[in-house]
Design a binder for this molecule. Structure first.
Ligand code: LLP
Length: 420
């Protein structure tokens, strides 16, 4: 249940007609259903009931302050990858001790910020990073809690990873080298070894690869315990997929069932970093048709949202369903849905069958709650879209549409241009 549904041919988000919001806010805008956000967070978190665990929402998928605040209120933490994300998390009221920090390129000032904020742990991705964290923690007279992010080398051939599996190589430390790195870590004065972590990929639609990864991680946990390096946390990252088109990913319950069984004899606290599975289908991008045109080759529907608003189709050739905000029952045609940006790669859908459209009509780009706004840019000097949250019969603009002034904020003319 995504809480985007039709009543008398008109699309609603919870109890609010999408059109009403478009009239008040203008287009394009991202629209999130509070009920779906809550439902999906609880479905994931609830899948691990009875097991000590912490759900750290992966905020790279959607970093709006209100979205973060909502999950913090439900007891969630966050997975961060930058100082900027830490800033947002703290601003939204996320408890520092529920923050885990991943990423291959953590900068000194970001490490200092995270240490000063007293976050739960750093997921360390290289031996150099481990040393850097120890040095900086030492200079601040603090202890840094760490997990080593291991690359469990789960065979991608037997499990078709969608999108990221093969690109993960820069991440983590090879699981075979992990024991040695843990031994080093355990000997460092300002490092406290807290956990083992991994993240094997995104948009996974089977439980199998997770199970394989957990099996390998549990072996490592035991080996470490044997070496006198017990860990408290097992961080399994994110990656559970969603339905964009016809995918049939496992329900979090199924994922939870498989994992809980494997770790239940231990005293480990499980950490998860889900992003897409919580917010992906909780958001849509609403856009207006500007023009329709036909060439001898194709039909085009030109809309006012573009690759700067939602880059997933251009970047990954991702499928997003596109639905009319008002059903017209007109004849269907096949068309490319494209934005105004001056690039052929600027499309939201290719060769898509849709009801014929007229300028001024609204379309909803579905499943846009994850990696939508958070990956947006101002390319072509297009102000970033507004973000709106609906709860019941109310809606609120949780991020204003950017203005032209916002576009030039921080830009300055040098003397040599001003004085000839
Ligand atoms: N933890 C780590 C360390 C990650 O790198 C990621 C995603 C996650 C958690 C969350 O994964 P999720 O549960 O959302 O699958 N921009 C791409 C997705 C990139 C994912 C990067 N890492 C897209 O639009 O499909």
């Amino acid at each position: 249940m995504h809480h985007f549904h039709y009543k008398d041919g008109e699309m609603y988000c919870e109890d609010v007609p999408v059109r009403t919001i478009a009239e008040a806010v203008g287009t394009p805008f991202y629209l999130y259903a509070h009920a779906t956000l809550v439902q999906h967070f609880n479905a994931f978190d609830g899948a691990f009931e009875g097991t000590r665990h912490l759900t750290c929402f992966s905020m790279k998928s959607n970093s709006n302050l209100s979205v973060l605040k909502l999950f913090a209120g439900l007891g969630g933490g966050v997975d961060i990858v930058s100082g900027g994300e830490l800033f947002r998390a703290l601003r939204a009221g996320v408890e520092p001790k529920k923050i885990v920090y991943s990423g291959v390129g953590k900068r000194d000032e970001d490490l200092r910020f995270a240490l000063a904020s007293d976050i739960l742990m750093f997921n360390v991705e290289s031996s150099q990073e481990l040393m850097r964290i120890n040095d900086i923690a030492g200079s601040m007279n603090r202890m840094a809690g760490i997990a080593i992010r291991v690359n469990p080398d789960v065979d991608p051939k037997t499990h078709p990873y969608i999108s990221t599996g093969l690109r993960e190589n820069k991440f983590g430390i090879d699981i075979r080298e992990a024991p040695e790195q843990y031994a080093v870590a355990a000997g460092l004065k300002n490092i406290e070894v807290l956990g083992v972590s991994c993240h094997i990929g995104s948009q996974l639609t089977e439980v199998g690869p997770f199970v394989d990864a957990v099996a390998k991680l549990m072996e490592l946990v035991e080996e470490l315990a044997g070496a006198g390096i017990p860990v408290k946390f097992l961080d399994l990252g994110g990656g559970l997929g969603i339905t964009y088109d016809r995918e049939e990913p496992p329900h979090p319950r199924e994922y939870g069932g498989a994992i809980k069984e494997m770790v239940s004899p231990s005293n480990l606290t499980l950490v998860f970093e889900p992003g897409r599975v919580i917010v992906g289908n909780a958001g849509i991008l609403v856009t207006e048709v500007l023009y329709t045109k036909s060439t001898p080759e194709k039909n085009f529907v030109v809309v006012d949202a573009a690759m700067n608003d939602l880059i997933r189709p251009s970047l990954y050739n991702s499928f997003h369903a596109i639905q009319p905000v008002r059903k017209t029952g007109r004849e269907k045609l096949e068309a490319d849905i494209v934005g105004p940006i001056c690039e052929s790669g600027d499309f939201l859908a290719k060769d898509r069958e849709i009801d014929a459209l007229e300028p001024g009509e609204l379309l909803a780009v579905m499943s846009a709650g994850a990696y939508g706004f958070s990956m947006s840019s101002t390319y072509n000097s297009r102000p970033r879209a507004a973000e709106v949250m609906v709860r019941g019969d109310r809606f609120h603009v949780i991020r204003k549409r950017e203005t032209f002034e916002d576009l030039v904020r921080g830009e300055e003319f040098p003397d040599f241009l001003l004085n000839g």
